[in-house]
Design a protein around this ligand. Structure first.
Ligand code: 3PG
Length: 210
């Protein structure tokens, strides 16, 4: 992974998910997150407009690390790179997507949820992965167990991370950062309450530092 991205992940330790069906709203969500101090954003491919959202955010906020999440295939990996993604996150491990990302020099964090999947990722040369869905596959205890064996791997757990358990995850030395949707709640977005998102970002940073 590029050291700039690693540095941002190490500093902020929280990666918010950006999900919207409208690029204008996606820009407002991103602006609110950046205002709150978070500069690594994962735009998830879960709406028809997700690629347009990704492209708009990457163009508007070149100072941020704008990645694509929920990337499921090599074709999607190629497309998100074309649209400006500076990193790729996927729910599972797809070697074809890893190859596309490696060939393009774009960091990829595939999801793993077992030692076997992590070993496959390790043998593909990856040293940073996502644990997904973290809370359902053992949470911090699973991370400790995996990192005692895979000693050079760093993790980004996602799936069930929230302000109530964030510190437990971040206390695991092998955890680089946590990802999650709690920072961008759908009801706040529906109400146009972007200040609430800035506040959540600020609170998450404070929690991560405490
Ligand atoms: C992901 O894509 O990483 C997860 O959907 C995040 O899970 P969460 O919604 O429980 O934060």
């Amino acid at each position: 992974m590029t050291s700039k991205l690693i540095d941002s992940l190490k500093t902020k330790r929280v990666v918010p998910l950006v999900q919207s069906d409208d690029p204008k709203t996606a820009l407002k969500i991103s602006d609110a997150l950046l205002e709150g101090g978070l500069d690594v954003l994962e735009v998830v491919l879960r709406t028809d407009a997700a690629l347009d959202c990704l492209e708009a955010i990457a163009k508007e906020f070149p100072q941020a690390h704008v990645g694509a999440g929920t990337v499921l295939s090599a074709d999607q990996s190629q497309e998100v790179i074309r649209r400006g993604a500076s990193f790729i996150v996927s729910p599972g491990l797809d070697p074809a997507s890893v190859k596309v990302a490696n060939d393009a020099g774009v960091p990829i964090l595939p999801g793993i949820s077992t030692a076997t999947e992590l070993q496959q990722a390790w043998n593909l040369g990856l040293r940073t992965v996502k644990l997904f869905p973290a809370s359902l596959v053992g949470g911090p205890k699973m991370l400790k167990a995996l990192s005692s064996v895979f000693r050079d791997v760093q993790f980004m757990p996602t799936g069930g991370v929230n302000p109530g358990n964030l510190k437990d995850y971040l206390a695991v030395p092998a955890v680089l950062a946590c990802g999650g949707s709690w920072l961008t709640p759908g009801d706040a977005i529906a109400k146009g309450d972007f200040e609430a998102i800035t506040k959540l970002a600020e609170e998450a940073i404070a929690l991560a530092k405490s």
